[in-house]
Write a protein that binds this ligand. Structure first.
Ligand SMILES: NC(=O)c1ccc[n+]([C@@H]2O[C@H](COP(=O)([O-])OP(=O)(O)OC[C@H]3O[C@@H](n4cnc5c(N)ncnc54)[C@H](OP(=O)(O)O)[C@@H]3O)[C@@H](O)[C@H]2O)c1
Length: 303
C-alpha cells in the first residue's frame, strides 16, 4: 500500500537564497520534517543567520555565493534568490555537473520567470520547475505562517511539478498551473494585487495627512477599511464587493473629490483616482448603475 504523502520520508533540501522567502521556506519546511542540508546566500553570514532563525540543526551547512560547489547532495534545490541572479546560478550548477546517482530537482520561486530560466540545468539532465507562493513575505517568521494554506503557481517538467506539489500539499496549500509563457502577466497581476495595493494605501495615507492626521494615525484608521474590503472580496465578486461613491453613482460627490484633489501636491493621487474611477465605473455598470449617471461621472473624470 502506498503511504500517504505526510508519512513518506521527505526529500532532502538545500536552499540557495537566505532572504525573506528562503528563510520562511526553511522554517515552514523543516517544521514539516524536510531535512535542510544547506543554506546559501551572497554572504555566508546571512546564510548562518537564516539557519539560526530557522532553528535548523548545527550540521546544516552555511555557504556563500562563491562556495556553491560545496553544496551537499540534496534531492531538491530551492533557488530563492532575486530573479536577476537565477540564470547565473543555473549556469554555475550546470557547470558543476552531476554524478550519475544524483538526480536533483531544481525549483526556483520567481513569479515572473518560468522554468525556462533553468534550461542549462535541464540540458544537464536535472529536473527543473518553478514554485511561486502567492503571498507577501516581509518577515520570515510571519511568512512561514502565511505559506501554510497559500496558493502556489507551479510549472516545469513532470518530475519537478510532482515534487513541487508534494511541498504544497505538506504546507496545506493549493497548487495551480499556468502556461510558462504567461508567467510575466501572471506576476504583473500579483503585483497589482499586493505591492500596488501597498502603494495605493500609501497614497491614501498621504491624502489623510493633508487633512492633518499623523502618518501613524492615517495608517491606523485606514487599515480596518482595507481589511473590511478584503473580507468582502473573500465572499463575493468584485462588482458586488464594490461599495461607495461609484457603486451608488454619486455624481456631485465625485466632483467634490476631484476639486479636493486639485492642489498641485496631490497631482499623482488625482491621476490615479481618475484612472481607477473609470474601472470602478465599469464594475458599477455591471451591477446595474443608471447609464445616465455613469456618463456624467465619466465626463467629470475625463475633464
Ligand atoms: N518576498 C516575497 O514576498 C516573495 C513572494 C513570492 C516569491 N518571491 C520570490 O522569491 C525570490 C526571493 O525573494 P525575497 O523577497 O526572499 O528576496 P530577498 O529577501 O532579497 O533575499 C534574496 C536572498 O538571495 C541571496 N542571494 C543574492 N544573490 C545570490 C547569489 N548569487 N547566490 C546565492 N544567494 C544569493 C541574498 O543573499 P544576501 O542575504 O547575502 O544578500 C538573499 O539572502 C524572488 O525570486 C522573488 O520573486 C518572493
Amino acid at each position: 500500500m502506498t503511504k500517504p504523502n505526510s508519512q513518506r520520508s521527505k526529500p532532502t533540501i538545500s536552499i540557495i537564497g537566505a532572504g525573506r522567502l528562503g528563510t520562511a521556506l526553511a522554517i515552514a519546511l523543516s517544521s514539516k520534517g524536510y531535512p535542510i542540508r544547506a543554506v546559501a546566500a551572497r554572504r555566508p553570514s546571512h546564510a548562518r543567520n537564516a539557519i539560526s532563525l530557522s532553528r535548523l540543526p548545527s550540521t546544516t551547512l552555511a555557504l556563500g555565493a562563491d562556495q556553491l560547489e560545496q553544496l551537499p547532495p540534496s534531492d531538491l534545490i530551492l533557488i530563492t534568490t532575486p530573479d536577476d541572479v537565477i540564470a547565473g546560478i543555473a549556469e554555475t550548477f550546470a557547470k558543476l555537473g552531476r554524478s550519475p546517482r544524483q538526480r536533483s530537482i531544481f525549483l526556483h520561486t520567481s513569479g515572473a520567470l518560468s522554468s525556462a530560466v533553468l534550461a542549462p540545468l535541464a540540458k544537464r539532465g536535472f529536473h527543473t520547475g518553478s514554485l511561486h507562493p502567492l503571498v507577501s513575505v516581509s518577515d520570515p517568521r510571519a511568512g512561514a505562517e502565511a505559506l501554510r494554506g497559500a496558493f502556489y503557481c507551479v510549472e516545469g517538467d513532470s518530475v519537478a511539478v510532482r515534487s513541487a506539489k508534494g511541498i504544497v500539499r505538506d504546507l496545506d496549500g493549493n497548487a495551480f498551473t499556468i502556461k510558462p509563457e504567461s508567467k510575466a502577466l501572471y506576476h504583473a497581476s500579483a503585483v497589482m494585487a499586493s505591492p500596488h495595493v501597498v502603494a495605493l494605501f500609501d497614497l491614501a495615507s498621504e491624502m489623510l495627512m493633508s487633512c492633518g492626521l499623523q502618518a501613524k494615525e492615517a495608517q491606523q484608521v485606514l487599515t480596518p477599511l482595507v481589511q473590511s474590503t478584503v473580507n468582502n472580496l473573500k465572499q463575493t465578486s468584485p462588482e458586488k464587493a464594490l461599495t461607495g461613491t461609484f457603486a451608488r453613482g454619486d455624481v456631485a460627490t465625485v466632483k467634490r473629490h476631484l476639486k479636493a484633489l486639485s492642489p498641485k501636491q496631490l497631482a499623482e493621487a488625482l491621476k490615479i483616482y481618475k484612472l481607477l474611477g473609470l474601472h470602478s465605473l465599469q464594475l458599477a455598470a455591471q451591477r446595474g448603475l443608471d447609464p445616465k449617471l455613469a456618463i456624467q461621472i465619466k465626463n467629470a473624470l475625463k475633464k
